[in-house]
Write a protein that binds this ligand. Structure first.
Ligand code: ADP
Ligand code: F6P
Length: 472
């Protein structure tokens, strides 16, 4: 790939798709970064001409030089130790993250964090301004970079600026708790187009603008007063479903899936949960429901087993440490009380896996348990329906963005209601094969028809046409 000075297509996200790790001997290795943003944007960026991805490379201190990886040109942004604490762990993940996820845990606010958030957003904006070719397309991602759009606009009025929120946008009654809330809204209004996972998220944003900035909002367009406008609308994200489908149907993955089932003692029903270990994902609620079903003997651990993958995430934050303790204690308790010798009731894995291994797990599972208390989209739900057997079943929380598209065909649940969650899990396990096949056919069609390339195309069309709606 050539190394030009400027790029026609520049994206910025807090993280690069790869995380750098340097060991004590100074050896550098790279691993895939966690999360749905990387899953989606990697497919959009790989092999794209004239494109650069700006983001943090996963270690504090001086950033490495720009480099190429998997046909992507990656430009690292540096974070100091203090900025990692204040911008990333603090304002992004201890203030904004809980507030935008219905305050499942309380949000914390510190003035120092906000200053670091502004400083890091300015650094990203400056790098974008330096790398963007004249009239380039700039695509900023997620809640860590909500001030950057206006900062880029200030530095480079010639470029087209879009922003996509991978997580929910909260109701104004919650959003208004955030210190510096008006600055954040003005930061976003630096963009020409703002994409959200659900129409409800876009509406929440527009309502916040009206209420807190007193700007005029016409339909889905904010009129700034100086003649500028910003359109805000839903563009639900997806996965590279055709690629994932191919992989799921390869001999190698099928054989691995069969081996996984065999290693688990060929259970009649294999239940699967795959999540970052985050309090938004409803892992505790899922385990509680499963544990009670075993206790009541509704489920027999000789027939049914649960595999729970819980990817390490934000491990220095107290709320995540507490959650890890609770989850691991519950897994231990369930296994202690109900596991037959040699076949655990819960197989718990707190680590990352190669992509093929994840897909083999989706192929192997009879039922996926996707039970977040709140989730912007949840790509795991889309991955499961793309990969699983034709008679698989998806238990899906109403509080995921995915439920907007996948409600019909899923076993929909309210994870807060443990009694009904238990009933839903049992319904998914016991549903007649014919019903499961019909449901899965529908779900799979939705995901295959709406893949990540279509999502990116829709976003970029909307960005180009804003403030008008794109033609189709
Ligand atoms: P989030 O972005 O909140 O983490 P998503 O469900 O949208 O949640 O996306 C998670 C992505 O990370 C999916 O592509 C999933 O397959 C992947 N993933 C989750 N856990 C692991 C793991 N342990 N190893 C590798 N990939 C994982
Ligand atoms: O989807 C939400 C998100 O924050 C993404 O930005 C990211 O892909 C994922 O969660 C992982 O979070 P972190 O970058 O904090 O590890």
């Amino acid at each position: 790939m050539p190394d030009p000075d400027t790029f026609d297509f520049v994206i910025a996200a807090n993280r690069l798709p790869v995380d750098q790790t340097t060991d004590d001997a100074g050896n550098v290795t790279f691993s895939r970064s966690p999360g749905g943003l990387v899953t989606a944007m990697e497919s959009v960026m790989r092999g794209r001409e004239g494109a650069a991805w700006i983001g943090w490379a996963g270690e504090t201190g001086e950033p490495p030089a720009p480099f190429e990886d998997s046909e992507m040109y990656l430009v690292p942004i540096g974070l100091s130790d203090d900025e990692h604490v204040d911008y990333y762990e603090g304002f992004s993940n201890d203030s904004i993250w809980p507030l935008y996820h219905d305050v499942i845990v309380p949000a914390t606010f510190k003035r120092r964090w906000r200053t670091a958030y502004e400083r890091v957003n300015q650094r990203f904006a400056q790098k974008i301004a330096d790398l963007a070719a004249p009239e380039a397309t700039v695509w900023v991602h997620d809640y860590q970079l909500q001030l950057a759009p206006a900062m880029v606009r200030e530095l480079r009025p010639d470029v087209r600026i879009g922003w996509f929120n991978h997580i929910p946008f909260p109701p104004v009654e919650l959003f208004m708790q955030l210190p510096g809330r008006e600055d954040l809204l003005w930061g976003l209004l630096g963009a020409d187009f703002l994409g959200f996972q659900r129409a409800a998220d876009a509406e929440n944003f527009l309502r916040s603008c009206r209420r807190l900035l007193h700007v005029h909002v016409r339909g889905d367009v904010v009129q700034h007063g100086d003649g500028r406008t910003t359109r805000a609308a839903a563009v639900p994200i997806s996965i590279d479903s055709h690629d994932v489908y191919e992989l799921a149907h390869s001999d190698k993955v099928r054989e691995r899936a069969a081996q996984i089932r065999k290693d688990l003692g060929n259970p009649q029903k294999l239940l699967l949960g795959v999540d970052r270990l985050d309090y938004t994902k409803g892992i505790r609620h899922r385990l509680k429901a499963y544990g009670e079903l075993l206790a009541e003997k509704t489920l027999d651990p000789a027939d049914v087993t649960l595999v729970q993958v819980a990817t390490p995430s934000r491990e220095r934050l107290q709320a995540y440490r507490t959650l890890r303790g609770q989850v691991e204690q519950t897994v231990g308790q369930i296994n202690g009380e109900y596991s037959p010798i040699g076949s655990p009731a819960v197989t718990y894995m707190h680590r990352s896996f190669p992509r093929e291994e994840m897909i083999a797990l989706f192929v192997a599972a009879d039922v996926a348990l996707v039970t977040p208390l709140r989730d912007g989209m949840n790509l795991v739900a889309k991955e499961y329906v793309t990969c699983c057997a034709d008679d698989g079943a998806l238990v899906l929380s109403e509080f995921t963005g995915a439920a907007t598209e996948l409600a019909r065909g899923s076993f929909l649940c309210n994870p807060h209601d443990i009694r009904s969650l238990k009933k839903t899990i049992v319904a998914a396990i016991d549903a007649p094969e014919k019903e499961r096949r019909a449901q899965m056919k529908r779900l799979r069609k939705v995901v295959l028809d709406n893949d990540v390339q279509k999502w990116a195309g829709s976003f970029l069309d909307a960005l180009k046409a804003a403030p008008e709606r794109p033609a189709s």
